[in-house]
Design a protein around this ligand. Sequence first.
Ligand code: ADP
Length: 477
Amino acid sequence: MKPNLIAGEWRDSTQATANINPSDLSDIIGEYAAAGPQEVKDAIAGARSAFPAWSTASPQVRSDILDAAGQLILARKAELGDLLAREEGKTLPEATGEVVRAAQIFKFFAGEALRQTGDVVDSVRPGVKVEVTREAVGVVAAITPWNFPIAIPAWKIAPALAFGNCAILKPAELTPGCAHALAEILVEAGVPDGVFSLVMGPGRVVGQALADSDGIDAMSFTGSVPTGAQVRDTVTARGGRVQLEMGGKNPLIILDDADLDLAVNCAVQGAFYSTGQRCTASSRLIVTPGIADRFVTALADATRALRVGDARQADTQIGPLASGEQMAKQIEYTTIGRDEGARLVCGGEALRLDRDGYYFAPTLFDDTAPAMRINREEVFGPFATIQRADDYDHALALANDTEFGLSAGICTGSLKHAEHFKRHIQAGMSMVNLPTAGVDYHVPFGGRKASSHGPREQGRLARDFYTVVKTNYQFAG
Ligand code: ADP
């Protein structure tokens, strides 16, 4: 059994979770300890006792440890990329890219640890000096999903530690392998006992115990809307700080003047790569009349040509879904789409390959209406709809007609429409002639409406969640 890391000690549990390869269900990657409430308590106690020394340590200490973690991740990138592809199901290039991103995030925050600045402000009172400084929040819990099993833990843990917090990671049950490897790396990088703990286990036990505990000052959560809402209510009710990243139903508009090849490429990448299991996936494609038929024909051809297969096979473009639950969801929404009267262009079925895995054909529905459930609810798979708009204004209105607001894109050759879109799309991230998925690691990430809650993640703005501000007044005579 791969153990949890509790307050500096590697600890087995009485329960374990099997980590299964979604490309080959006969391949058990390993058994991972499933923590209970006592381990959560011990991790919190360890973090609280480590906090005074860690939060006042020289930023050089924190910077060096984060930089070492980044180096160690890079040194193991081939092995970790393989593990990630094996446990999550994204292709090897996608998985290795994610591992490299995790390393870059650690290196970025190694720099941020040294760039903590404050303000010195002239007081309105003579002889008084005012300083605005930032301090660590305390003990931060990170609850993470399975779809980016190393990058998301990295973008929560690295800033938490950089700014002097202690951190406890609760990864998704489906993908404990990368989280466990990250814990090993942080220990090797020199993180002191208790400053970082790993508590793998079920969300309703371990995640809930973290959310409930007064020993957790702040919680950063990425996952589904219902769980996020529950976590928010629990943490805010006891006065804790909370940050949520949840779903998306991201639109990609294709205007008449778009470059057809570029638009098809953006749609294929955004909708189907990483098996569509990204909260930034382009799940709603909105087209104007002058390009609609050409676009749908070209996209259908490109979609049918995608090679679905084992995530670790060299020629695979689309890996399997991550779980049986994910597979059931795709099949259910295919039935819903048909029953709602949408036209299935391609896909919509599980694929039987030479090994037993969660393979699903990339799926496109045309002639869909905004009120259909397939246009309103997150399917989280290789599943996209096409809506036909009358013109740009109509397309923009359709794009904004959603409860979500994470990412949104437009393909156009028109500067006027691109500028208008950037200003009027209701989303946290906007993309012009780029897929809705695929973001940089050194700038803010986050959404609006039901997609997100609280300050942005990543980039320089990450400090807003992971620090508290103090305003210091001093009579200088
Ligand atoms: P998904 O449908 O993608 O699995 P979830 O929101 O269920 O999304 O899971 C995201 C993370 O939240 C996972 O780490 C999961 O274990 C955790 N989780 C699930 N239920 C709870 C809960 N009641 N409290 C806290 N965390 C939870």
